[in-house]
Design a protein around this ligand. Structure first.
Ligand code: IMP
Ligand code: MG
Length: 334
């Protein structure tokens, strides 16, 4: 058993959380490790009729047997983490790496008070960018110095490698999306570090030889919050008509949207070394797909779209999301 990495194929909000939650219930990983930037992320998981909004806790929390860790490359906001741990009842099985960077109030104030970050780039205002700046300057405090986080602190890298040695499955949870990468995205309208699969692995402390699968998650249409280019962007009235109106999990901002972009998808597959992909929210484009859980029951036009994605991007589609609920998912035999 090895590491399966999940990453976003567009600009974040592809529905990674839901697909990872499904995967964790079906494949039963021993550990789910959160990589990515920090609490700028927002994953929504709807399980047993209840919606959970996650900014730091891994989406695999729905599997009670999966241990949850936050890798050293991730920034932690104490208040955000403590609140989430309480709400989700994951105390006792969540571990924060000693080397995670700590977001403090002044980082949040700097993020929200900077006209470049807040107005020009359109950041989430979570303090992530300013904290990354300090991490690069080597002045940022690490979680090991936090009294409040003491109960959670661990060497999560050692935990992961012990598990890999035992032959256990580990899932690496990426955040944001490929084109929000500091290096590969639409700079300067990007987040504060690389967020492709290789970096997600570095965030949690595993090297390439441990990676078995890289699954890139695409939504059936493309959305983006904040500024920056979005090819084929539709106007708000058209989004309303198509039922594609969405709001950000962290900021509540309206998401801009465009139809599925095959060129971006192809590039995302290359940048991440994808072995397979997932397509979410197919019911938003093909309403008859809503709630379908078997491939044979998908409408013909949805099947045609899935085939087109496979041909264009060159990797198999493994999971298709057909609704909000975790089990509203079709698994395809690859
Ligand atoms: P920052 O990561 O808060 O610095 O924001 C930089 C850009 O990335 C902005 O356009 C944000 O809207 C976007 N962004 C950051 N995290 C996410 C995410 O999890 N989903 C969608 N957009 C994100
Ligand atoms: Mg999100």
């Amino acid at each position: 058993m090895t590491v399966t990495v999940f990453v976003g194929g567009f600009f974040g909000d592809e529905g990674k959380g839901k697909i990872i939650a499904y995967y964790s219930l079906v494949e039963k990983p021993r550990i789910a490790a959160r990589g990515g930037v920090g609490p700028n992320a927002g994953h929504t998981v709807v399980f047993n009729g209840q919606a959970h909004r996650l900014r730091l806790v891994p989406s695999a929390f729905v599997n009670k047997d999966t241990r949850l860790v936050i890798g050293p490359g991730v920034l932690v906001d104490e208040a955000v983490l403590t609140k989430e741990v309480g709400e989700l009842g994951v105390d006792g099985r969540i571990h924060v790496d000693n080397n995670c960077g700590l977001i403090e109030q002044r980082h949040i104030e700097k993020d929200r008070g900077s006209s470049h970050l807040k107005q020009e780039i359109g950041t989430t205002g979570s303090g992530s960018g300013p904290a990354m700046e300090e991490r690069v300057s080597r002045t940022l405090r690490l979680c090991s110095s936090s009294e409040n986080l003491k109960p959670y602190l661990a060497d999560t890298v050692a935990m992961i490698h012990e598990e890999l040695q035992r032959g256990g499955l580990v899932v690496a949870e990426g955040t944001q999306g490929t084109f929000l990468s500091l290096y590969h995205g639409t700079y300067p309208y990007v987040t504060s570090k690389d967020v492709t699969a290789s970096s997600i692995c570095a965030d949690i402390g595993v090297g390439p030889k441990h990676v078995g699968e890289v699954i890139v998650v695409f939504k059936s249409y493309v959305t983006r919050v904040g500024n920056g280019p979005l090819r084929g962007e539709l106007d708000p009235a058209e989004l309303e008509r198509r039922g594609w109106v969405e709001r950000g999990t962290v900021t509540g901002r309206l998401r801009r949207a465009a139809p599925f972009d095959f060129e971006l998808a192809k590039r995302a597959v290359k940048l991440n070394g994808a072995t397979a992909c997932a397509i979410t929210k197919i019911d938003a484009v093909y309403p008859d797909a809503k709630g379908v859980r078997e491939y044979s029951k998908l409408p013909a036009d949805a099947k045609k779209f899935i085939e087109e994605v496979e041909v264009e991007v060159g990797v198999p589609v493994k999971y298709v999301g057909t609704g909000e609920e975790v089990f509203d998912t079709v698994t395809l035999e690859c």
